[in-house]
Design a protein around this ligand. Structure first.
Ligand code: 13P
Ligand code: SF4
Length: 305
């Protein structure tokens, strides 16, 4: 089958199977084209909750499918590629965080949405990369234990100096591997370009940015800006999506290394196989886990996330 034929078949099958397809912004263009919604993990989970479809296929990584299931427990939620995990979400377990919590009594545990449901279950409030600063300012506690990303945590700490942060040394291996010298080299190679950076990058990279924000924030900034050239400091799929969306502008990858192999694991044939029942995995979570993990997302909504 050609890509086009496979896409047509997927579109036919998703209607027949009453399925909604969600594609995280880091998915490739061929997957985004057959998706009902594209965006960040929280926005996708909210979209899925509000669709009438009984089945949802998440094209992204495991914690994203968990978040979808948590917001729509009555729906059957599938992860298109069962092997697609997120090293950051999975690098800390409940036992470790409970140990740290015991050392810092009274601290609010603020969990980046890129965490497993078992960690969300012991967090006080969840944040996305776009809501983290706002939520940390808004919560009543002054002392904050921010998990798991030290780079996002450092960025938030700088923006919210009135609070006391304890950070752990977790992070996204894809964003964290970019060095300051790569940032300086990219700026030198494209002196007329604006530099847009995700806060999962190291602080010494972030300090060179003209704009710091989530993936959606970076895409919106590039769309609205009058500038013609941009260096994109996040996963390289975004360079391609932006180039398709704005052919009149120029987008450069901060580094060719900015590729998340976990996000690349999901392919268009995976989406097809998931719809035909030959692939994918259904997210099965106990009612108790869902109930305890969804609490920190509800808190985020309460604080304006
Ligand atoms: P967002 O900017 O969409 O929150 O996501 C970044 C990321 O690394 C997703 O895995
Ligand atoms: Fe996880 Fe980083 Fe990949 Fe996002 S880009 S899925 S945080 S490893």
């Amino acid at each position: 089958m050609t890509v086009r034929q496979l896409q047509d078949e997927i579109v036919r099958l998703k209607k027949q199977k009453d399925a909604c397809i969600l594609a995280h912004s880091y998915m490739t263009e061929d997957i985004c084209e057959v998706a009902d919604f594209t965006g960040d993990s929280y926005a996708l989970a909210v979209k899925a909750k509000n669709t009438p479809n009984r089945n949802v296929i998440m094209c992204g990584v495991r914690f994203m499918a968990e978040t979808v299931k948590m917001l729509s427990p009555e729906k059957r939620v599938y992860l298109a590629n069962p092997a697609a995990g997120c090293p950051m979400a999975e690098q800390m377990d409940r036992a470790l965080i409970e140990q740290v919590k015991a050392q810092y009594p009274g601290y609010a545990v603020v969990a980046y949405i890129n965490t497993t449901a078992e960690l969300k279950a012991i967090a006080d409030v969840c944040v996305t990369s776009s809501s983290a600063v706002r939520i940390c300012r808004a919560i009543p506690q002054r002392d904050i234990l921010f998990i798991p990303d030290i780079n996002l945590g450092t960025y938030v700490k700088e923006q919210v100096p009135e609070k006391n942060f304890k950070l752990l040394s977790g992070g996204c291996p894809t964003h964290a591997k970019i060095s300051e010298s790569q940032a300086v080299a990219a700026r030198k190679a494209h002196p007329g370009a604006l530099f847009l950076v995700h806060p999962e990058c190291r602080p010494e990279v972030v300090k060179h940015a003209d704009y710091v924000g989530s993936t959606t924030g970076i895409m919106d900034f590039a769309a609205q800006s009058d500038a013609e050239e941009f260096i994109i400091g996040t996963e390289s799929s975004i360079v391609q999506h932006l180039q398709f969306a704005h052919p009149e502008k120029r987008f450069y990858a901060l580094s060719e290394d900015l590729v998340c192999n976990n996000m690349r694991a999901t392919t268009l044939p995976d989406v097809y196989n998931c719809l035909t029942g030959r692939g994918g995995t259904e997210m099965i979570m106990s009612d108790e886990l869902i109930r305890s993990a969804v609490g920190c997302i509800e808190k985020m909504m309460e604080y304006g996330g």
